[in-house]
Design a binder for this molecule. Structure first.
Ligand SMILES: Cc1cc2nc3c(=O)[nH]c(=O)nc-3n(C[C@H](O)[C@H](O)[C@H](O)COP(=O)(O)OP(=O)(O)OC[C@H]3O[C@@H](n4cnc5c(N)ncnc54)[C@H](O)[C@@H]3O)c2cc1C
Length: 492
């Protein structure tokens, strides 16, 4: 318990009067070199101030460079238009208001949607290429170099009734992807890093920021980092931008703030240890939605969509044809991560073996009654679920969860069940520092903390609670830029 307090507690700042001298300085000092930090650096350089990115690893990239690269953009981007999809900022806003709640951040969503096409153009100016082709099959991320995909269940119930659907997952073009290792996120970071450094941003690697430095008036004027066993003080003449990621890799913070995801698979790096959040808290910063997390269902969408997903009571709990990250959140937060897929041989065989990611039926039975018994479900429960589903699926309807007709078909013998309970959900945290639309960290009394800004998964942003893939890279790059402009505008 003592450790828990030590590693999840706010980090108190150091007084500037206790700093003997500055080993480095810049107008804007950025903590962390992922997509948020790189975008902030580019924006601050656009404003003509000097920038130092301080990165704890040897090269930066962070979780951003591991990502699939889906960036949530819309409102009528050239790629959407080329692929034949109509979209508007209003439709994008309406979808995100519904999908990212409870507690969506209306102010951030409004500016994010209004300026999404401009943000797309900025990414293109940074060298990111988006191939104007659409990948239609259900997937986590396209294995191809296609540039557009559905990533949030926009075309599935209930969202299809809330806002005109459009795909908004934009992916940097890349050949020979290695999913979850070197994919679109790596390509995004390649271009953002080249742009930031090409514009003159300096990078100090192998330096782990451990403290903020504040002057007598409470304004943030620098950081203290550990580098090769030494402590160094870095002065920030205008501002410090915290962009060191979320806290999924800090077990103490997870058990304290997001216990539902404790023990699940961390989708990120060791740097996701919550340092930025704790540094902000040390100055009284407000935090929001710390319990929220992305949670990827441990299965593949092409198998899940046409199947039934049942909880430990043998009951469906969501339409299976929606975004599998949404399904994962429903399973983790509302079903104790206990669920199974129920399918038939035809569904299983319809997905090529290479695309099943190793999934195999745990149980195979001639009747639903037998399957139910094998799965240890209450007698009659699964039979009732399948009977109801099959009866309406035969007419192309799903009156309970409104699955689209294209994924509806009565299941038939032989039946199978795939045990998902006990498999790891890939998670990263969504909650963090409360920031204004300009990246200012909100402190006591709701006022910005002078000299302190933040962006990316260190903050609570576009994915306040509900997640759509692409909202993390989208939010990190978009609000990273705004934090960069705002920090650069502080009088030096
Ligand atoms: C496999 C995978 C796939 C994903 N796919 C997608 C996707 O397709 N679309 C999407 O939107 N999101 C995706 N995500 C999530 C997304 O990648 C992250 O949420 C996002 O990149 C966070 O960006 P960031 O800039 O806040 O943090 P990061 O990219 O993690 O950057 C933070 C940086 O700060 C550094 N750092 C940490 N602590 C310190 C310190 N004390 N001092 C100095 N530096 C420090 C870290 O080393 C790191 O380089 C995926 C994540 C993973 C792992």
């Amino acid at each position: 318990m003592a450790d828990a307090v030590e590693t999840s507690a706010p980090i108190e700042p150091r007084a500037a009067s206790d700093v003997k001298g500055w080993e480095a300085e810049a107008d804007v000092v950025i903590v962390g070199y992922g997509c948020a930090g790189a975008s902030a650096a580019i924006a601050a350089r656009e404003s003509g101030v000097d920038v130092l990115i301080v990165e704890r690893t040897g090269a930066g990239g962070g979780a951003s460079s591991m990502a699939g690269g889906e960036i949530y953009l819309g409102g009528g981007t050239p790629v959407q238009k080329a692929c034949g999809f109509d979209d508007t900022p209003q439709a994008m806003f309406d979808f995100l208001m519904a999908a990212t709640g409870p507690g969506p951040n209306e102010a951030k969503l409004s500016v994010y949607c209004d300026k999404s096409v401009e943000h797309f153009e900025w990414l293109v100016e940074c060298g990111v290429v988006f191939k104007p082709t659409f990948y239609a099959a259900p997937c986590w991320e396209p294995p191809t170099d296609d540039g557009l995909v559905y990533t949030g269940g926009e075309n599935a119930w209930p969202f299809s009734e809330i806002a005109p659907p459009a795909p908004r997952g934009h992916i940097p073009q890349m050949q020979n992807k290695r999913l979850m290792e070197k994919s679109g996120g790596w390509m995004l970071m390649k271009h953002l890093s080249a742009t930031a450094e090409g514009a003159g941003a300096s990078v100090m690697t192998d330096a782990r920021v451990a403290k903020l430095v504040v002057d007598a008036g409470g304004r943030v004027v620098g950081t203290i980092a550990r580098r090769f066993g030494e402590e160094i003080a870095i002065r920030a003449r205008r501002g410090v931008i915290l962009a060191s990621g979320g806290f999924a890799a800090n077990p103490d913070m997870v058990s304290r703030h997001a216990p539902r995801i404790a023990g699940q698979m961390v989708l990120g790096t060791d740097g996701d240890d919550g340092t930025s959040i704790r540094l902000g808290q040390g100055l009284g910063a407000a935090v929001a939605h710390l319990e929220a997390s992305e949670a990827a269902l441990p299965s593949v969408p092409s198998l899940v969509y046409p199947s039934l997903l049942v909880n430990e009571h043998g009951q469906r709990f969501i339409n299976e044809d929606t975004y599998c990250g949404r399904i994962g959140q429903a399973a983790v937060f509302h079903q104790q991560a206990k669920c199974s897929l129920v399918l038939d041989e035809e569904i299983f065989e319809s997905v090529p073996e290479a695309d099943r990611w190793g999934a195999r039926p745990t149980w195979v039975c001639a009747t639903v009654e037998e399957l139910e018994a094998e799965m240890g479900l209450p007698s009659g429960a699964l039979q009732a679920t399948v009977e109801l589903y099959n009866r309406h699926a035969a007419d192309g309807h799903d009156p309970v969860f409104h699955k689209r007709p294209e994924y509806l078909r009565p299941l038939k013998s032989p039946y199978g069940g795939v045990q998902l309970t006990g498999l790891p959900y890939a998670v990263f945290t969504l909650g963090g520092l409360v920031t204004t639309v300009n990246g200012e960290v909100v402190g006591p009394g709701g006022l910005p903390i002078q000299g302190l800004f933040a962006a990316g998964r260190a903050t609570s942003g576009i994915p306040s609670w509900g997640y759509a893939s692409g909202t993390s890279l989208g939010d990190g790059t978009f609000f990273g830029r705004r934090a960069g402009w705002a920090a650069a505008a502080v009088p030096g």
